[in-house]
Design a protein. Structure first.
Lengths: 206, 206
DNA sequence: ACCTGAACACCGTTCAAGT
DNA sequence: ACCTGAACACCGTTCAAGT
């Protein structure tokens, strides 16, 4: 995890890991089948940092929206702590024990608040996808450029060819990432709420 | 583009490209600075396949929702035609001429329907991010496993450790991808509509 | 002025040879 | 039974030598 954090999945290499662990590369292959399997473990190890909605200091969530909000922020902060890991989430679907535990906890929470198994599973996918998507699209994470640099790039474009892009350049730069994330998340939660309304559940929140 | 489609960004190598073009690798470096720059061109070339909302056979969209729906489906189908390209979208923020043209057209369309520059830019980002996110999370694209195989994996899990995940396994397998995509997209559009209501615009759709 | 075979550097993986 | 130096295969990139 440390090596991938520092140098990214591409920069990581078996020789360096062997050196850091003070063994040879051949010995590594006695524990894992190869680099690919190792990356699966790295992803699951990092997902172990995501705490379940119930484990918060504030105790159990009062409604499903609060529970989902906690999960989303937990997942988001883990991705923010390990920005180099993002490409790994695109190549592999996390199915390790920690990934499953998170899924289990969140789906259980939703079920407790009256969600059907289908809607709970679907809601989990949607929110997880939203958090991952927003982490990926966020400029500056795996990309070298900063958000400001991108705004500058847009502004420097040909006004004739891309008038609207240039006009909106400031809007993009000014936009606060955190603010945009929260707004988008609430939109997604609204959507889940609406889906909940269509298929009546046992109970729910106001 | 053809080589990346066939073998993915990782499988692609300069030697094979040189062979296919019947030159040497050294000659390739007279046209591009390296593999990285080449991948930027590959992404923009593929984005050239996205048609603007106005270029549809049905003529100009009647409202912004229809325009956004067209863009979303266009982008989605391009990503579906080139599944191997997905990892490239995580590593680079597309800023080539085709990427900018799409952005310009969609933002212009939204502006025509009364969106402010800020909301138009933000809406474009949100929808593009949603489409990309759903393409990435879709099992089977860059991952070797099939959706059914993943359902099977979930079902085979320990019922004691992950009861809710196992219970929802069928729901996940049964879930139609296209259906889920459309439902999620409408949720996002609802969210944009709500944001539109908060900051009054010049005009809009019913 | 343009092209290229061959080399360099680096990395995933394996294996024959050690202890 | 376990470990490892050295090698093999592959790939991005460069350069001296060709035409």
């Amino acid at each position: 995890v440390r090596v991938v954090d520092e140098e990214g999945p591409a920069g990581f290499n078996m020789r360096e890991l062997a050196d850091r662990l003070e063994t040879s590369t051949a010995t590594l292959y006695r524990h894992v089948t190869g680099k690919e399997e190792l990356m699966v473990y790295v992803v699951d190890r990092v997902l172990g940092e995501v705490r379940a909605p119930e484990d918060s200091d504030e105790g159990a969530p009062r409604d499903w929206r609060e529970g989902m909000r906690r999960f989303a922020f937990q997942f988001r902060s883990v991705l923010a702590r390990h920005p180099s890991m993002l490409p790994l989430f695109v190549v592999q679907l996390p199915l390790g024990p920690n990934a499953l535990t998170i899924r289990e906890r969140v789906v259980a929470m939703l079920t407790r608040f009256g969600f059907s198994a289908q809607l709970a599973a679907r809601s989990y996918n949607t929110v997880a996808q939203y958090v991952l998507g927003s982490a990926i699209t966020r400029p500056g994470s795996p990309m070298p450029e900063e958000a400001a640099a991108i705004g500058e790039y847009y502004r420097a474009l040909d006004r004739e060819a891309y008038p609207h892009v240039v006009a909106a350049a400031d809007a993009l730069t000014t936009m606060r990432l955190e603010e945009g994330f929260i707004a988008g998340l609430e939109i997604v939660l609204d959507g889940i709420d609406r889906a909940r309304g269509c298929h009546p559940q046992r109970n729910g929140s106001p």
